[in-house]
Design a protein around this ligand. Sequence first.
Ligand code: PLP
Length: 369
Amino acid sequence: MKSDLIRPEIAALPTYNAGLALDRFRARYGIDCLAKLDSNENPAGPCPGVVDAIRDEAAGIARYPDAGNGALREDLAAATGSTTDRLIIGNGSEDLIGAVFRTVLRPGDHVVTICPSFGLHEFGALASGAHVTKVPFNADWSFPVEGMIRAMAAEAPRVLMFSSPSNPAGPAISADEFDTLLTATPPDTLVVFDEAYLEYLDPAARFDAMARLEAGPNPWLILRTFSKAYGLAGIRVGYGIACDPDLAAQMMKARNPFGVNALAVAAARAALRDADHLAHSVTRAAEGRVQLARHLSQAGFACAPSQTNFVFFDTGRTATDFAEALRHKGVLIKPWLEEPYTRWARVTIGTEEENRRFLAAVEGIHCPA
Ligand SMILES: *Cc1c(COP(=O)(O)O)cnc(C)c1O
């Protein structure tokens, strides 16, 4: 290809480290994947109402969907206490991560996040020509609030973006830490708080992030998704709550007008109506993360504390080797590729059967200690 065709920011990006789809696993390893634990999907699947809603909606797909996603925004306004004009729907919340970066970032801008980080928080910023400071978690896996404040003092960022509970590490920021961080954030910085795992957070660790953001001077955006606890990863729908209608309206111009399809909207609306399925999914994940962390710790693998549907642990060797050994046993987890966490891997809480298969497969691999 002509050498100057591709923008250098894009050419320099790595390919996204996405999970391995089941058919590709089979083609590559010659066996069925018996425990797909690499992408933080809900092992219970979507609630039954979602499948019905998609079927009911299917006959209507000759029509374009509502570009403004009005019906889903009304449902979400009722569910979140926001107003419809501050809500924005995306083709997954990753769509909104891209949209917000395209909306605000100029080449040379500074973005601050944490490390280990959710890949798109970094890559989306790099793609827009920004430079990114990734602040490592504290050694005890508390949020690196002091480090983030230092990074913001060194150069005021256009965007501060991180997830809590964190993917891939698992811990959640406390209310006090959040307040300390917000107080020290330069007032013009856009705070993007990614709550993809909010539903899994222990009730005792919850706080009203929206109210705290609203009380401060910063512009802000909260991101949530139907891909995790609601079990809709394959249909792609997430949403944002913006500090004001203008930010939502400007972001709408930076995404595809019909990027959220009619089936996804029907699925999300149905998912919101089934509180039991959500509660059940969250309870199972909370039990599973305790059980997996206990077994892994007993076997000598250090684990980060988790408030999510996964556990991040030190494999004691190059994580890609460890994950590859598990793949040959039909178990799929996600080895981390980001320095200095390349010995760490993330395992999603699956069904009891999948969790057992994972632990049995790990037992066959030599313990690091
Ligand atoms: C999974 C995830 C998302 C988004 O997923 P979508 O499927 O695009 O909604 C966003 N942020 C974090 C931290 C995630 O783990």
